[in-house]
Design a protein. Sequence first.
Length: 584
Amino acid sequence: MFRTKVPRVFVLAGVVLLFLVTYTTLHLYHRVPPSYPTAGTQLIPAKDAVALGESIDHVVAADTPGTDSVPILAAVPTQEPATQVEESVQEPDTVESPSQPQVPPPVQTIELGSGGSSGGDSSSSDSGDGDSGGDSSTNHQAEDHGLPLPDAKHCPKDLEFLVRSSIDLELTERVRYTRRYIEPIFSNTVDRDEVANITEPLLDDGVEVDMYDCGDAVIPQSTPIKLHVPKPHPETSFTHLSFGVATDYSRLNDSIAPFAHWISGTGARLVAVVMDAKEKSSTEMDQLQHEFDVAGINATLVKPINDKFDTSQCHFSVLVNMLELSDPDTQWYGLLDDDTFFPALQPLSDSLAKLDHTVDSYVGALSEDFQAVRGFGIMAFGGAGAFLSAPLAKKLGEQAFTCINEATTREGDTILRDCVYANSKAKLTMLPGLYQQDITSDVSGFFEAGLKPITLHHWKSWYRAPVEKMAKAATFCGHCFLQRWRFGTDTILSNGYSIATYKDGVESINLQLMEGTWGKADSRDFDFSLGPLRKAYPADQKASYKLMEAEIAENGDLKQLYVKVGDSAAGELDQVVELVWLKH
């Protein structure tokens, strides 16, 4: 009997061992998820989904400050935890700025990310600052190859800006690189609108630079090119200007960097209505206020004066808060969208100084699109900025609630216009340089026309452009922002935006006309404001290097990177032109 029991024990032990090995292998090596009872799922709002975990990133709203234009729905279990969170994002319908009715742009692509707009974006970024560098393509070379990020310490010092910037710009591992030095000749008498002819070429074949192995890279040196530019804007206080916006917490937070560019340290006041302030804790509000303080912005954050007011109505009612916080020195009150951008405040102040701030004055600009003007009438379109003299602002502030309650529309711009007409004899004064920018997609024609914009708009929604980086030129040499020069026979530099080369040469171009590159440009709806326009160049006739990065160095030099993105499918390298504007 003993002989028969021994094999059975071993058989039993073998079965147990086999079970343990199989179970351990499945759970440790194949990562089988734990089993849960079958449970239905339900769709919940995005804010609740975010509260459940940080796996769902926020979406950059296209152009609607203070509102969620795109619903985000997350699938979560009703009883038991699910093994995977699902997220569906719908393409937005036409998106409008809340401060004014507009002709809607084409459907914009909504990007998911953890950094706000980057842009613009932008979004951005309309970028933190909303700026993602414009129309760059994605080249995840480091991720694909498992390589570390490029390290500028391994490269010559004069390549540090290029290598450091290549990470955020997602440049190819190797680039075709050209550097040119610019010696600015500052003058108060330069003809800013003249397209000066520089006989020598701006571009050459460049050299190939490996971002991961550039220790021995040798960049050919060249004699600086002398360009005549206006003098920088003087350092001036703008305490006579007060600005107001209405938007939500997230968009306001994302707008700090763009705001800082034009208002930080100027003495001008910013009053921001935080539409969802009641949903935020005091700690969150204090933190947001702290971020504005750190950025050097004289900002005051307030709640809506009426809980029933929407963002568009608060776009007008913020005037009440602005008046309460103003002082006797305030001459002008500006009502803005949260994506209204000033390359610099000096041009605005200079233009308003030509008007009488002691009488009722209603100042602004129309949309560039005739269909928008035709549909909504003559008024200051808010994205371009609407400006009220102190006497008129006080009259409207006293009647704000009445104007909102009796309004026949909910759009802030039309409420403002009707309130002006009902309480004063003021009519709209058009201020050249204010741009609503109701243009979409490829706006290169606008920026390459040699304009001197006081305001820009829609830069992280209807189109994408790194306006903060572009406007570094305005900081360096004032009105030289977007100033144009002709180089050689085929190249045009639009300072702060692009370097464009033309296959048939520059002589074939009528530089007095704006190139109609955006949607509906051929409809003639823009002729009254921006035209007459010339036809857009096809891609095989015009090559563009777009500005994607810029900074003012410690020594005062302005460094700009203009990038032509290569065709990755064809194995092309990105081409980079660095312009170094010498301060001394």
